[in-house]
Design a protein around this ligand. Structure first.
Ligand SMILES: Cc1ncc(COP(=O)(O)O)c(C=O)c1O
Length: 402
């Protein structure tokens, strides 16, 4: 089994051992893993990418932060993704090293000067996001401007209903965005407006409201704007969460773009979660049981960060036959921190016990990417499997790879 050390999270990792069995059950029977085992489903990610690209009426940029694992990036590339939303020089280098022809867009509104310089000079990055006059000045100083520079003004949105609110940190107020568009226009070969409705957004109308706000800002600025970037946020299924189908989000976006008179603009989207969530499960081993709490070998400092404070529930299954009724379990992770707790509930057979393996699905998004080596628990294996995801998300079925 390939050992991963996620401290070098964006460093290229060794490829999974492709001689291993291609099903989770067979793998676990063969390896009997005592460290968490990441089971990648490249076909699912390739399929999700195909489905999104086919449905979205514009250019799709994969948000690399969501899962920078090279096998994931390769699967998305096979699915047709050619553009990448990067937020650090590490991500820019990773993508450029893997794909010489990729288009890389630097979509973090606050960048170091050296990151801007390196992206521009060494990696051919031409598009940069900003949400302040200071960042505009920084980008102009470090790139020298020129006739290829793309500038995208990130617009702040009011707090929305997404499971992961992203409204507090980045984005210019409408008034500031108007001023920034005017200031940026003379320097920009391409000028855009972007926003992010928040991650795991279940409401298609959130995109329509954001597009209406962007249109208002564009009208007020009175300058030509070339592109509109509707960000990420597209949701996936979790237990008891069935999101509206992808087509409902696309319909809302198309309708709002037309209604606001923005049809002449190039459209971009930056999905992360929607392309990769179903693409990884993690097999955990139970090390101890205390009543309805299972002590497992991965937790919130590992791939299950979202099961901690954010309270995401994930699909689970016990990897052995059991006729016991399903009961609600919570998990403790392996570290000594009592915050390493995942309340779930995770529905598993009542006889789950020490030594059992549990597969946790939908961990491809913000799972492996958020791992740490806290308390020395940074060992994990990786394998590629042909199993379908533990949960299917409506709208992505058509994109299944052949
Ligand atoms: C600028 C930006 N774009 C795209 C994404 C991806 O969002 P999601 O995974 O919700 O699609 C994020 C996530 O934080 C982001 O910050």
């Amino acid at each position: 089994m390939t050992d991963l050390r996620f401290r070098g999270a964006v460093a290229p990792l060794r490829r999974p051992d492709l001689t291993l069995p291609r099903s989770v059950d067979a793998l676990v029977a063969r390896l009997r893993p005592e460290a968490p085992l990441h089971c990648l489903r490249p076909a699912a990610m390739e399929g999700a990418a195909r489905a999104f690209l086919a449905a979205f009426p514009g250019e799709t940029l994969y948000a690399v932060k969501c899962n920078p694992e090279p096998a994931v990036l390769r699967a998305l590339w096979r699915g047709g993704v050619r553009r990448f939303d990067c937020a650090s020089e590490g991500e820019v280098r990773l993508v450029r090293n893997m794909f010489a022809e990729a288009a890389i867009h630097f979509m973090h509104p606050v960048k170091s000067r050296s990151a801007i310089r390196e992206a521009w000079q060494r990696h051919g990055v031409r598009d940069f996001v900003l949400d302040s006059a200071e960042e505009l000045a920084k980008i102009l100083a470090e790139t020298g401007g020129g006739d290829q520079l793309g500038l995208v003004v990130r617009l702040a949105l009011p707090k929305g209903g997404a499971m992961y609110d992203l409204s507090g940190k980045f984005g210019a107020t409408p008034a500031d965005a108007v001023a920034l568009l005017r200031a940026a226009r003379p320097h920009a070969a391409t000028l855009g407006v972007s926003f992010h409705v928040g991650s795991q957004c279940l409401d298609p109308s959130a995109y329509a409201r954001a597009i209406a706000l962007a249109a208002q800002v564009i009208r007020e600025a009175g300058v030509t704007v070339d592109l509109l970037d509707v960000g990420g946020g597209f949701p996936v299924a979790y237990p008891d969460v069935v999101p509206p189908p992808l087509s409902a989000f696309m319909a809302a976006i198309r309708a709002a773009v037309a209604a606001e008179g923005l049809s002449g603009l190039e459209l971009w989207a930056e999905p992360g979660r929607a392309l990769v969530a179903g693409g990884t499960s993690v097999v955990l081993q139970v090390q101890h049981r205390r009543r309805d709490t299972l002590f497992v070998n991965d937790g919130v400092y590992g791939a299950l960060s979202d099961a901690g404070v954010p309270g995401f529930r994930f699909p689970v299954r016990l990897l052995r036959q059991s006729d016991a009724p399903l009961v609600a379990f919570s998990f403790f992770g392996p570290t000594c921190d009592s915050a390493d707790h995942m309340k779930g509930p995770f529905l598993l057979p009542a006889d789950a016990a020490e030594g059992d393996w549990i597969e946790v699905g939908q961990l491809g998004a913000y799972g492996a990417a958020l791992r740490t080596a806290f308390n020395g628990f940074d060992r994990a294996g990786i394998a590629e499997v042909a199993d379908p995801p533990l949960l299917e998300t409506p709208g992505y079925e058509l994109g299944k790879a052949a």
